[in-house]
Design a binder for this molecule. Structure first.
Ligand code: HDE
Length: 715
């Protein structure tokens, strides 16, 4: 098996290397161009200047038309080995370890846009298997906006910045997008996801992934099963809140990228279990949705997810451009044991991805770029083209065609038994027709299922997101059209949103019109679907209902100044470290700061360089002088208040409790003596450290505390 080092042309400039040109000539001076006299003109013969400048002039390649902003990591996938009856894929056999490269991305923004925008996240995995590369090019949401690939250019044009003024950046909150959506009801299910907390992941560690389409698993006997792929984050799911994401976008636009990078450097590796949902071919038509319709998911309560392996990302890329930027994914990169279906969205993707690589990477040899090269050997008669890297030994064997007698017809096709890829022999017949199946026509049932499966706070977030997005739409008729779609999902939601976005929505008239239509709909839908399997609640869709209460990877700001209580600091720090979380000191200035007992700690950040939005929780230790100093700092109070508004856990001890009492924390209550833990605010007057740290650990494990009476955090 090739190693990563084999795949690199040259990479390490160790501490003792000479600077050279690209032809390997050592350079004596790279700071002064070659001139005719010290103050004279620069000479054309300066090959070093010209080479350096020309290379620089050509440094950019076209960014991805979608998913331009991405961050990636290397890792390993290890199969549990429990699916051999379903698939012959070698990398899914028991204990097999396969190197992987995963690229996470936002979809809409340009390459330099902020990480925390409201958007779908890409979750693309390249498995370098012994049978060739397999790409699972998925998203962090299971449905998609559209059913047929032919609408993709329209969708992307509509959501990208508007063509006349290239605004807004990395946001769907504008007229063109909502105009298109209001005329594309098939997108409603996905819209509910995009307006939910799923679009604001706390980190890539805390995100699910989905293959979206229905694929096929093929076993040794050639039998096919329909399959949906899932990635389940071992760290559980967690999201940010909207107000917070907008502030982070300014204060730390690399928030998710940095978190991924730093946690891998620190050994806190993101882990995901690969899951599958399987439907037998004979059951293809048993559900109240069409398996080929990518705007639908398979509720886990109907079709359970079986876990089949685990992926650990444990190595950051060595070079962003060579790896993260040049990696070329393609849903058509499949291996024996995995096949595609007739999903018309997937079928279009099978064309699009190679086409786009030809433009981005400049020619047909992009598979030879180290990050794209398979570990499985490559033998074929393809030759030449831009930037060819492989030197075929054609001197020894001159045949570059098949069949041939001069080299015993080698390389030759492999049979299925020899590992050749054999397409599943699905029977197909039909008229040539531009039409969609009627079974793709139900656009609201799963949107409703998603909304109804959310907790109250999650539903509120969706409502607020609609108010924000539609509130930015200038054309009244577009807002009106959208409210009519929302009403089909949930009437109360439509009424609440309409009221805030200036739409006059007549609830009574709407209900009456529904009654009229009811017989008609009932005939059509019940008749066709009454015998189909369906659910009306799917708890698996809610982040809130599936919280994993641990503190691993969480980052806690400790606000302190000269004279702080060292014991309190130590106690909380030890608790955090034990749970693999991190305490970060924030003070008025950088350098060392002395505790009341004379001990010193290093200050990592000041109120000028950081903000509460980049932390998961806040702690204020006691110490009279320290708290007095913080009290004088308006920013310290603001730090605490903002964290409270974003529903984050807070803790204080000793005099620190007094500081919290001074903040505007509506609905919070504090310890008068001893310990109090209420709505994620943990306070201690006294020294009962073990109860205190345990209560705080629990509060951090909850991540967000929605029971605070907070209304309308400004969006
Ligand atoms: Fe993509 N998509 N897509 N997409 N997609 C691209 O390929 C396309 C779709 C997804 O980190 C492009 O190399 C079409 C669904 C990810 O490098 C392009 C359609 C899903 C990534 C393209 C879709 C995805 C891409 C842009 C409708 C979830 C980033 C640059 C038929 C299952 C991969 C590139 C990376 C990237 C086309 C819909 C996921 C243009 C035509 C559905 C994660 O080829």
């Amino acid at each position: 098996m090739k190693t990563d080092d084999d795949k690199k042309l040259q990479s390490v400039d160790n501490a003792d290397t000479f600077l050279t040109t690209n032809t390997g000539v050592r350079i004596s001076d790279t700071d002064n161009s070659l001139k005719a006299g010290e103050r004279g003109p620069t000479l054309l013969e300066d090959f070093h200047l010209r080479e350096k400048m020309t290379h620089f002039d050509h440094e950019r390649i076209p960014e991805r038309v979608v998913h331009a902003r991405g961050s990636a990591a290397h890792g390993t996938f290890r199969a549990y080995g429990n699916v051999s009856h379903l698939t012959k894929a070698g990398f899914l056999k028991e204990g097999v370890e396969t190197p992987v490269f995963v690229r996470f991305s936002t979809v809409v923004g340009f390459r330099g846009s902020a990480d925390t925008v409201r958007d779908v996240r890409g979750f693309a995995t390249k498995f370098y298997t012994q049978e060739g590369n397999y790409d699972l090019v998925g998203n962090n949401m299971p449905p998609f906006f559209i059913q047929d690939a032919i609408k993709f250019p329209d969708l992307v044009h509509a959501v990208k910045p508007e063509p006349h003024n290239e605004m807004p950046q990395a946001s769907a909150a504008h007229d063109n997008f909502w105009d298109f959506i209001s005329l594309t009801p098939e997108s409603m299910h996905m819209i509910l996801w995009v307006l939910s907390d799923r679009a604001l992941p706390r980190s890539y560690h805390n995100m699910e992934g989905f293959g979206v389409h229905t694929f096929r698993l093929i076993n040794e006997q050639g039998e096919s099963h329909f399959v949906k792929f899932h990635w389940k984050p071992v760290a559980g799911m967690a999201s940010l809140v909207w107000d917070e994401t907008q502030k982070i976008a300014g204060k730390d636009p690399d928030f998710n990228r940095k978190q991924l990078w730093e946690s891998i450097e620190q050994g806190n590796y993101p882990e995901y279990e690969l899951g599958i949902q399987v439907i037998e071919e004979k059951d293809e038509f048993m559900f109240d949705f069409d398996l080929l319709d990518a705007t639908k998911l398979w509720p886990e309560e109907l079709v359970p997810v079986q876990l089949i392996g685990k992926m650990t990302l444990d190595r950051n890329p060595d070079n962003f451009f060579a790896e993260t930027e040049q990696v070329a994914f393609h849903p058509g990169h499949v291996v024996p044991g995995i096949d595609v279906t007739n999903d018309p969205l997937l079928q279009g993707r099978l064309f699009s991805y190679v086409d786009t690589q030809l433009l981005r990477l400049g020619g047909p040899n992009f598979q030879e770029i180290p990050i794209n090269r398979p570990v499985a050997p490559v033998h074929n008669n393809q030759r030449d083209g831009h930037m060819r890297q492989t030197v075929n030994n054609d001197k020894q064997n001159r045949t570059n065609y098949f069949p041939n007698s001069l080299n015993n017809s080698s390389p030759r096709p492999a049979t299925a038994a020899e590992g050749g890829y054999v397409h599943h022999q699905e029977k197909v017949e039909g008229h040539k027709i531009r039409k969609r199946s009627e079974s793709f026509n139900d656009h609201y049932t799963q949107a409703r299922l998603f909304y109804n499966s959310m907790t109250k706070p999650e539903q509120k977030h969706i409502m607020e997101a609609f108010v924000f997005e539609l509130g930015k739409v200038e054309h009244l008729h577009v807002r009106e059209a959208m409210i009519n779609h929302v009403a089909q999902v949930d009437l109360a939601l439509a009424v609440a949103v309409a009221d805030s976005v200036g739409v006059d929505f007549d609830e009574a008239a709407w209900k009456a019109s529904l009654k009229d239509a009811a017989h008609h709909v009932a005939d059509k839908v019940t008749g066709a679907l009454s015998d189909k399997k369906s659910v009306t609640d799917s708890p698996a869709l809610s982040i809130d209902k599936n919280k994993k209460e641990h503190i691993k990877g969480r980052k806690v700001a400790v606000l302190l100044a000269e004279g702080f209580d060292h014991e309190a600091y130590q106690q909380v720090k030890a608790m955090l470290e034990q749970g693999n979380a991190k305490a970060e000191t924030v003070s008025t200035k950088l350098g060392k700061v002395k505790a009341a007992n004379g001990q010193e700690v290093e200050v990592k950040h000041t109120f000028a360089t950081t903000a509460s939005v980049v932390y998961d929780a806040v702690f204020v230790p006691g110490g009279e002088k320290s708290v007095q100093k913080l009290q004088q700092m308006g920013k310290a109070l603001q730090f605490i208040e903002e964290a409270y508004q974003h529903h984050k856990p807070l803790a204080a001890s000793g005099e620190g409790v007094g500081l919290m009492q001074e903040c505007r924390l509506k609905g919070a209550s504090f310890a008068d003596s001893g310990l109090k833990s209420d709505k994620g605010v943990v306070t201690l007057r006294g020294t009962d450290w073990s109860d205190f740290t345990e209560a705080y650990r629990k509060a951090i494990g909850q991540h967000r505390h929605w029971d605070r009476p907070i209304e309308g955090v400004p969006a």
